[in-house]
Design a protein around this ligand. Structure first.
Ligand SMILES: Cc1cc2nc3c(=O)[nH]c(=O)nc-3n(C[C@H](O)[C@H](O)[C@H](O)COP(=O)(O)OP(=O)(O)OC[C@H]3O[C@@H](n4cnc5c(N)ncnc54)[C@H](O)[C@@H]3O)c2cc1C
Length: 677
């Protein structure tokens, strides 16, 4: 095998797509001196950086003088304005200026950097990327395979299916750069929105950028579900231009579509060496479609992190999907979707009542809450209140689905507190019947990814063989059986918890699994000690209690606290926090209940979700497919209960031996399934 970088398809840096976002990243990394001596390539099917630089976009943004200086792209600015106009209302925007960059100028500059650094262009599309090995592998549609140490992925965003509170609109536009006979444009004012055009059951307005006295870009823009068509836009543009500016000569056409979407963008962590950028990283503000300035700041941040040897960096700004600004975005888009003809009134009223710089600051998500109150109060109340009710209802439902394990743990904790143990245990049994057992009764459809149930002799022989192997180990040397059971359970729990937060199984997920099992077991040392002799092991020494908790319990809680704090610094692990809540509640409950909370409420519910997605099944499909084996498991458990006459703890110890035997082949099958999806 050739050493890395001596092969022509091995690169230190690989850019997937070289549009605006990755051009900016390339420029910033180059300026920070991080690319010298590196091998670089980009994959993009579009030839927009090859001698002729396409001018298919105009990138505009507002910024203060110091922001523009920080951005370091002042040399690319080709026009700027100090006033905006909304439906005839002209306003100063100081301390901001509105800046314009032609995509041709950005790409020419990128082209110069590409030439200086000898960046290889691969004229193709990315088909797939595999991050399970390092250097990562990228496969192109043309069949070529590339390897890279650092990947910057700016392919177009792939939104998830819309939930009730989410909206996906298109900001579509079509316009002309025109020349007039005389100087008729007011050079210091750009028209952000002029609603004096037919609305056609959407929100439509004119956007006018005068480049000088007799040249301007005049564009019809639509916020709506339907994309604006050229044939619909032409007559409106003609009427508007004729009425306002008279005869013109068209010198250039521009059209485009920007997604205005509050749909979820998959943001799973793909490792420290893959960075999403631009639209794919959620940089497009859903309610405005603006992204350029944020992409410049993002590129600068990436270069700053790169100087500290970690491009990924913990301190990357999130996209527009969380927090109160995401809430405002969702409301506005919902209102525009449900009541498109209200759009004109909403924006006109907003710019009538509020100073333009405050609105621009708000749209950049840089206002404080007290500054936002007058802005929110200036909007028509009814549609926004209706949208807020839809949003809150849908998110509560979503949240309760996502946090079902925590809710269940609190409920069971409360039932125990009030002495309602039977009710609490009953709830756990219901959970076990609904998902606990069935989630492990689908192994026969995993291989074919749900297409064909496997009832073959070889499947059963393999399955029963693994169960018998486990039973044999228990019979031969019980401590080894217990150790194996704990280790493969730790692997399996870690694998499924990491899958839930978008990470693959790894040594970290295994350590997480060991940690959570240790937390459950060592916070119930007294009960554990009752079981251990049944596995031919000595009881643990229990250190003196300290504030009611022994030092082991205290140590574990401290560790939990550290992980909890760490997950704030590294948002990738935030999804694991709810496991810590469950474990803490479990500390105050009996061992089996604590385990049940995690196993049923978290592990099985998540596993059920992974199966539903990976097999493309509905819940009913899953239950229907699982029933023969679920029924078998219930019969075995029933028989076990009936036959067991050797006292309570011995019975539970035997039950765990039985559980380890049936779960061994399940963990094996699930490992293959998780690797495949
Ligand atoms: C016409 C238009 C005007 C805009 N104007 C503004 C504006 O004025 N101000 C503002 O803030 N924002 C604006 N935006 C929004 C945003 O800034 C742009 O969409 C910006 O181009 C986003 O950058 P990007 O790199 O994420 O996407 P792009 O610039 O679209 O780059 C993505 C690149 O990936 C390539 N690609 C696609 N599929 C593959 C694949 N499978 N494999 C490899 N490469 C692939 C594409 O060819 C493309 O070159 C505008 C958007 C449009 C469409």
């Amino acid at each position: 095998m050739l050493a890395f970088n001596t092969h022509k398809n091995h690169f230190d840096f690989l850019f997937l797509g070289m549009g605006a976002a990755n051009s900016l990243v390339l420029i910033k990394l180059f300026e920070a001196g991080l690319l010298s001596g590196k091998t670089l390539a980009y994959i993009d099917p579009k030839p927009h950086l090859e001698g002729t630089y396409s001018n298919d976009k105009t990138f505009c943004f507002w910024a203060t003088e110091s922001e523009l200086e920080f951005m370091g792209i002042g040399h690319l600015v080709s026009a700027s304005w100090c006033k905006l106009e909304v439906s005839g209302n002209k306003k100063r925007i100081s301390p901001y200026q509105y800046y314009h960059i032609r995509s041709e100028d950005l790409f020419r500059f990128t082209g110069e950097v590409i030439e200086r650094l000898n960046v290889v262009r691969i004229s193709d599309s990315v088909k797939s990327m595999d991050t399970s090995s390092y250097p990562h592998t990228v496969e192109c549609s043309g069949g070529e395979t590339l390897w890279a140490k650092e990947v910057f992925d700016s392919r177009p965003p792939e939104f998830e299916k819309l939930k009730a509170h989410q909206t996906h609109l298109n900001q579509s536009f079509y316009g002309w750069v025109v020349e007039t006979e005389g100087d008729i444009f007011e050079q210091e004012v750009f028209t952000m929105m002029d609603f004096n055009v037919p609305q056609l059951n959407s929100t439509q307005f004119m956007y006018v950028l005068p480049f000088n006295g007799n040249t301007a870009l005049i564009e019809l823009t639509r916020f709506g579900v339907e994309v604006l068509k050229k044939e619909d836009a032409n007559p409106i543009l003609e009427d508007y231009i004729k009425g306002k500016f008279g005869a013109v000569k068209i010198i250039h056409q521009e059209q485009g579509v920007i997604p205005m979407s509050t749909a979820t963008l998959p943001q799973s962590y793909l490792g420290r060496h893959v960075l999403r950028t631009g639209g794919r990283a959620g940089r497009i503000k859903p309610s405005t479609g603006y992204a350029f300035k944020e992409m410049v700041f993002d590129a600068a941040r990436i270069a700053q992190n790169g100087s500290k040897n970690c491009f990924w960096g913990f301190h990357r700004k999130k996209g527009h999907q969380e927090g109160r600004f995401a809430f405002y975005d969702r409301l506005l888009l919902k209102v525009l979707e449900k009541y498109p003809s209200d759009g004109a009134k909403i924006f006109t009223q907003l710019f009538d009542r509020i100073e333009a710089p405050s609105i621009l600051q708000f749209l950049e998500e840089k206002t404080r809450f007290n500054q936002e109150i007058p802005i929110l109060m200036s909007l028509p109340k009814r549609p926004f209140i209706k949208a807020a009710i839809v949003d809150i209802k849908s998110r509560l439902l979503e949240g309760s689905k996502r946090n079902i394990a925590v809710f269940m743990s609190i409920l069971i904790g409360v039932l125990y507190f009030f002495g309602q143990e039977i009710a609490a245990q009953g709830l756990l049994v219901v959970g076990l019947i609904l998902v606990g057992i069935p989630h492990g009764a689908l192994d026969h459809v995993l291989e074919s990814r749900g297409k064909k149930p496997d009832f073959s002799f070889s499947f059963f022989a393999k399955y029963l063989g693994l169960m018998a192997l486990m039973l044999g180990i228990w019979q031969l040397f019980a401590p080894l059986g217990l150790l194996l059971f704990l280790l493969f359970s730790a692997w399996h729990f870690g694998e499924s918890d990491f899958k839930e937060i978008g990470l693959k199984a790894s040594m970290s997920s295994f350590l997480w699994g060991i940690g959570l099992l240790a937390a459950i077991l060592f916070t119930h040392l007294e009960e554990l000690n009752i079981f251990l002799p049944h596995f031919k092991l000595n009881a643990f020494y229990i250190p003196n209690a300290f504030f009611g908790l022994n030092p082991i319990e205290l140590g574990l809680m401290l560790l939990g606290l550290i992980i909890w704090v760490f997950s704030y610094a590294n948002p990738v692990y935030a999804g694991l926090r709810k496991v810590l809540y469950i474990l803490v509640i479990g500390c105050f409950l009996p061992l089996l209940v604590a385990f049940g909370l995690y196993f049923i409420g978290h592990h099985s519910v998540n596993g059920w979700g992974h199966l539903r997605k990976g097999l493309a099944y509905t819940n009913t499909d899953l239950w229907k497919t699982a029933w023969p084996f679920s029924l078998g498991a219930f019969a075995l458990i029933g028989g076990f209960l009936w036959m067991s006459d050797s006292g309570v703890t011995a019975y539970w110890a035997q039950f765990f031996v039985f559980l380890s035997c049936v779960s061994f082949p399940h963990v094996w099958e699930m490992r293959k399934f998780y690797n495949a999806i």
